[in-house]
Design a protein around this ligand. Structure first.
Ligand code: SF4
Ligand code: SF4
Length: 314
C-alpha cells in the first residue's frame, strides 16, 4: 500500500504530468505482454523490419517490465503533442518531418519524466522506478494502449481520439501499485484506409504491419544504406522522415499546434532554401541541428538523403 492511497497517488501523478506540459497521461498495471512475443517474431522473420534487427533480440526483456524494474507493478505512459500547423519546406524546398523541428524530444521528455519520478518518490519514498523515452527495450506503443492513451492505426502509429497521432510517448515503470486506467481495446479506424492508399511507397500492409524497407521515414532516418532506386522518385522532397500517413488521417483533422517551447521550429530551419540545403556544409549542419533529433545522425547520411531527393527532381 502507498502512503497516499492508490487512487490519490494516481491523480497526483497525472496532475503533475499535465502541469509539466504533457497532453496525455495514463497508467496500466504491469504485466508480461506475452501476445507481443509472436507479433515481434513474425514481423522480424518476414524481413519487413529491415535493419531493425535488435527488436528480435532480448524479446523476453522487452515484454516483461519486471526485467526492467524489479517488482514492477505499474506503467505510467505520457503523451506530448509535437504537431506544428505551419509546415517547413514544400514548393520544391526539401521537407523535414515535424517531429524533428525542435529540440531533441528524448532530452525534453526525459527531463519531464525524471521530474515526475522525483515527485513520486516524495509521495512514496520507498518506491523505485525508471524512465524510458523512445527506448528499444520497452514496447511503448503497447503500453500506451494498455494505459488507455489510444490504439494503433493501420499505419501502426498510436492514435488518441482527442489529439490525433502527432505525439511522443514517454514511460515510467514503477514498483508500486496505483490506480489504473482502462486499456483501449477498440479499433477506431473503422473502414478508413486513407493512410494505406496515400502512402507514396505502399509501405503499409493491409494487415496493419509496416514494411520499413519501403518506408521513407525509415529509409531517411534509420537505414544506413543508400535510398533504393525505386523509392527515390517517390520521396516527394522528404529528406528526413515522412508525415504523409499521419497528415491524411481523419483523426488529425483537428490537431492543435503543440505548446512546447522546445519543439518550435528555429528561424534558421524556416529560412532554408533549396540552394541552402544543396550547399549545406558539415559546420552548418552542426549549427542548424544542434540539440535536435537530426543531430543523432551523421552529416553524411543526411546529405545522402538530399542527394537522393535531388535525383528524384531531376
Ligand atoms: S511514413 Fe511515409 S512512407 Fe512511411 S508508411 Fe507513412 S506515408 Fe508511407
Ligand atoms: S488514415 Fe484511416 S486507417 Fe489510417 S490510421 Fe487514420 S483512421 Fe486509421
Amino acid at each position: 500500500m502507498t502512503d497516499t492511497g492508490d487512487k490519490a497517488i494516481s491523480l497526483l501523478i497525472k496532475e503533475k504530468a499535465y502541469n509539466m506540459g504533457f497532453d496525455l497521461c495514463g497508467i496500466a498495471p504491469a504485466r508480461i505482454l506475452e501476445e507481443h512475443e509472436s507479433i515481434i517474431k513474425s514481423w522480424c522473420s518476414s524481413g519487413m523490419n529491415g535493419m531493425i534487427t535488435y527488436l528480435g533480440q532480448n524479446i523476453k526483456k522487452r515484454i516483461n517490465p519486471a526485467l526492467q524494474v524489479p517488482g514492477a507493478k505499474s506503467v505510467i505512459v505520457t503523451g506530448l503533442n509535437y504537431y506544428a500547423d505551419k509546415k517547413q519546406g514544400g514548393d520544391g524546398i526539401p521537407v523535414i518531418s515535424r517531429y524533428a523541428y525542435g529540440k531533441d524530444y528524448h532530452e525534453v521528455i526525459k527531463g519531464k519524466l525524471n521530474e515526475i519520478l522525483d515527485y513520486i518518490l516524495i509521495l512514496n519514498p520507498g518506491a523505485k522506478g525508471k524512465c524510458f523515452v523512445d527506448s528499444s527495450s520497452v514496447l511503448e506503443k503497447a503500453w500506451a494502449r494498455e494505459a488507455g492513451l489510444g490504439w494503433p492505426g493501420r499505419h501502426s502509429i498510436l492514435i488518441n481520439k482527442n489529439i490525433g497521432s502527432f505525439f511522443f510517448l514517454g514511460v515510467i515503470m514503477l514498483d508500486i501499485v496505483v490506480d489504473y486506467d482502462e486499456p483501449v481495446r477498440e479499433d477506431h479506424c473503422g473502414k478508413c484506409r486513407l493512410c494505406i492508399d496515400s502512402c507514396p511507397t505502399g509501405a503499409i500492409n493491409e494487415n496493419r504491419t509496416l514494411d520499413v524497407r519501403k518506408c521513407i521515414a525509415y529509409l531517411t532516418i534509420e537505414s544506413k544504406n543508400p535510398v533504393p532506386e525505386d523509392i527515390i522518385p517517390k520521396m516527394g522532397g522528404r529528406i528526413y522522415g515522412c508525415d504523409k500517413c499521419q497528415e491524411v488521417c481523419p483523426w488529425n483533422e483537428n490537431a492543435k499546434p503543440n505548446r512546447t517551447l522546445e519543439f518550435q521550429i528555429s528561424d534558421g530551419l524556416k529560412k532554408m532554401t533549396t540552394e541552402d540545403w544543396l550547399n549545406l556544409t558539415s559546420e552548418q549542419f552542426d549549427r542548424l541541428f544542434k540539440n535536435t533529433p537530426v543531430r543523432r545522425r551523421t552529416y553524411e547520411r543526411f546529405m545522402r538523403n538530399i542527394t537522393s531527393v535531388t535525383k528524384s527532381d531531376s
